[in-house]
Design a protein around this ligand. Structure first.
Ligand code: ATP
Ligand code: MG
Length: 392
């Protein structure tokens, strides 16, 4: 592709050549003016004009300055004067002058060229760096968007999985709410009875009313907990007593365990450090492991069905939670795919419980894994860094 010649670049070229002519003319005038007072100063002034013309204007104007200087020196300063000729005697001197002028202009051209090349290389580098930076910024923005979408999808899936689990636990939940409500009714009846006596026993009536209030508060707490389990999508970190979460979860799953003739046993270490995390998410993990354990024992008939929930400190910075069952255990094939999303062997399962549980535990800085107890069931375990662990 040929270079496009536009009007501004023609004007710039003319100006560069005009500058060369002006500089040499100036050198000529100064040399003529000082000719008689300081001998023959043209060497200095013409050389300066050639250097400046080449430096400011480039190679073309530099050559113009050399030719113009040569003619001017030949005409005004070399015998025979005022003729474009040089006597043989002055020839070596004149040739030296011309050679020096040519050498100077070549040297300056070369310097200019080198600087141009360097400048262009730097400009290109800057452009490339800017392009690469923009590209990296774009990629980062895209990655951030993908991560946000992924996070939102994961949160939505976690909610869906919670709802599925809660669906299975409706009987337990109803039981949990019914118990305090029954207590409310019994205490309200008692209160009315104490008041209806011939001489109302106000003290007994008051304590019955207080018990009714406590029962109602407990029922509403259960509702609040279940509501947050259903609706909550974004994680909230706070100090969590994992033993408390396990006790609550075991209470929620109690009815389902009883229906399946499963005994839930708690072996909770009393001096467990506090962990930092989202208690609802951690409850979801434990609930899923508990429901999975109960499910794994439905077909067992030849041994006691036992679900042990155990907590213990794990080295200095962690705690370990284990859920051990006496169910069907894990075949090698199942074991390899347990944590894959949508892997399930249950007709009503979604296959998301364990994959979500693992991502929750990993987001808390811990690890979740499964082990087979031979032919006697499976143990699912997870660790969590405790409150004082570095990075928490
Ligand atoms: N304690 C266990 N003993 C034996 N197999 C288990 C146990 N826990 C999980 N599994 C196997 O891992 C599979 C995946 O479990 P996961 O909790 O991810 O999904 P799910 O329980 O099938 O469905 P959901 O998404 O409703 O929890 C189960 O279908 C089951 O085959
Ligand atoms: Mg499950």
């Amino acid at each position: 592709m040929g270079r496009r010649i536009d009007a501004p670049s023609v004007v710039r070229a003319v100006a560069r050549y005009a500058l060369a002519l002006a500089l040499v003319t100036l050198a000529l005038l100064i040399s003529l003016a000082f000719q008689n007072s300081i001998g023959n100063p043209f060497w200095f002034f013409f050389s300066a004009a050639v250097i400046l013309s080449t430096w400011l204007g480039g190679t073309g104007p530099g050559w113009l300055a050399v030719i113009y200087s040569t003619l001017a020196v030949m005409y005004y300063f070399m015998p025979p004067l005022h003729r474009f000729a040089v006597t043989p005697r002055e020839l070596p001197y004149f040739v030296t002058f011309v050679a020096c002028e040519i050498g100077v202009t070549q040297l300056i051209s070369w310097r200019r060229h080198t600087e141009d090349v360097l400048r262009r290389a730097r400009d290109e580098l800057e452009v490339r760096v800017a392009e690469r930076t923009a590209e990296i910024k774009r990629q980062m923005a895209e990655q951030r968007r993908t991560e946000e979408t992924l996070q939102a999808t994961r949160a939505e899936l976690a909610r869906a999985a919670r709802i599925t689990t809660i669906g299975e636990l409706t009987a337990s939940i109803a039981h949990e709410v019914n118990q305090p409500l029954a207590a409310v009714v019994a205490n309200a009846d008692a209160c009315v009875a104490w008041l209806s006596r011939e001489t109302p026993d106000l003290a007994e009536a008051r304590s019955a009313a207080e018990r009714a209030t406590q029962g109602a508060t407990r029922a509403s707490e259960v509702i609040v907990r279940i509501r947050s389990l259903i609706t909550k999508a974004t994680p909230e970190k706070s100090k969590v007593q994992i033993n408390q979460v396990i006790e609550q979860t075991a209470a929620v799953a109690e009815r389902q365990a009883a229906n399946n003739h499963v005994a839930i046993k708690l072996e909770l270490s009393p001096d467990l450090p506090v962990v930092v995390g989202d208690s609802i998410q951690l409850q979801q993990v434990i609930l899923n492991l508990v429901v999975n354990g109960i499910e794994a024992m439905t077909t067992v008939t030849d041994r006691p069905k036992m679900l042990i929930l155990r907590t213990e400190p794990e080295n200095k910075n962690q705690i370990r939670v284990s859920v051990q069952d006496t169910g069907i255990g894990l075949t090698e094939e199942v074991k390899g795919r347990l944590f894959e999303p949508f892997f399930t062997t249950r007709s009503k399962g979604m296959g998301m419980g364990l994959s979500i549980s693992r991502s929750i535990i990993e987001a808390h800085g811990g690890r979740l894994w499964a082990e087979s107890n031979g032919s006697d069931g499976a143990t699912f375990q997870f660790t969590l860094p405790n409150e004082d662990s570095p990075g928490i």
